[in-house]
Design a protein around this ligand. Structure first.
Ligand SMILES: Nc1ncnc2c1ncn2[C@@H]1O[C@H](COP(=O)(O)OP(=O)(O)OP(=O)(O)O)[C@@H](O)[C@H]1O
Length: 233
């Protein structure tokens, strides 16, 4: 693992309860890289991502994520790991009874921010980065699905993560809206944040080429090392 490595996984097995979903997993993600994580439903994409953000324990093998060793990760360290990575899910997971600003400030307070004017500036900055102006006083239900997902991406950017882990972030969106969300991820990536995105959207993968990691028959294939086909995905 070098300073340029955000994720480094060596000989890892990914478990759900006592079943190894993926075995012999080896890959790195470098600073500023963009990679898609593909594979059939049930092939292990979410389980891999959950392991990377400390939701599932790493029981076999080694992995470093944003400077944290997953093998040695204690429960107490999980929130610190999560400050270094941004996580975006398919279902938007905004607090429904709070404004956009409150949703973002809630996370900022939980991660150690306390200067009100800096918080305000930061939340306007991240909203701007995802292409949203003047939504901070709105409630989530007053926004479209695409706008809500942009707020979630903004929330993931608050602490300047080295990487964003996105699990099917466009799964609930219309194709054109999904395309806009992909562009937001690409823009974020261009400014230096690595992105690892699980997706079933092969339109993206075909039209916006990037490295492919594919869960297939219990293993992780990597287009940086071998040919990875979209079919049978
Ligand atoms: N909470 C759980 N408890 C036990 N087994 C689980 C759990 N979640 C997932 N699994 C199993 O682990 C395997 C991998 O599932 P996972 O959700 O990682 O796949 P996926 O590739 O993300 O699928 P999808 O594309 O449908 O989201 C599947 O066999 C699934 O049934």
């Amino acid at each position: 693992m070098t300073n340029d490595t955000v994720i480094s996984v060596r000989d890892a097995s990914i478990f759900q309860t006592d079943t190894a979903v993926l075995e012999n997993v080896n890959f790195d993600v470098l600073k500023g890289e963009f990679a898609y994580l593909i594979g059939r439903t049930g092939s292990g994409k979410s389980s891999l991502l959950k392991t990377l953000y400390g939701d599932l324990p790493l029981r076999l093998g080694d992995a470093m994520v944003a400077g944290y060793s997953l093998r040695k990760l204690s429960r107490k360290q999980v929130p610190f790991l999560r400050r270094k990575i941004g996580i975006v899910f398919q279902d938007f997971q905004l607090l429904p009874d709070r404004t956009v600003a409150d949703n973002l400030q809630f996370v900022m307070r939980a991660t150690g921010w306390n200067d009100r004017s800096k918080m305000k500036k930061r939340l306007l900055d991240v909203l701007m980065r995802v292409g949203l102006g003047s939504v901070e006083t709105k409630m989530p239900h007053q926004l479209s699905g695409g706008e809500q997902q942009r707020v979630v991406i903004a929330r993931a950017l608050l602490n300047e993560p080295a990487i964003i882990l996105a699990d099917e972030p466009t799964g609930n969106l219309d194709p054109e809206v999904a395309e806009g969300i992909l562009r937001v991820f690409q823009e974020i990536n261009r400014s230096g944040t690595a992105v690892l995105m699980a997706t079933h959207n092969y339109q993206f993968v075909e039209h916006h080429k990037a490295r492919l990691l594919k869960c297939e028959r219990g293993h992780l294939l990597d287009s940086a090392k071998e040919t990875v086909r979209l079919s049978n995905a």
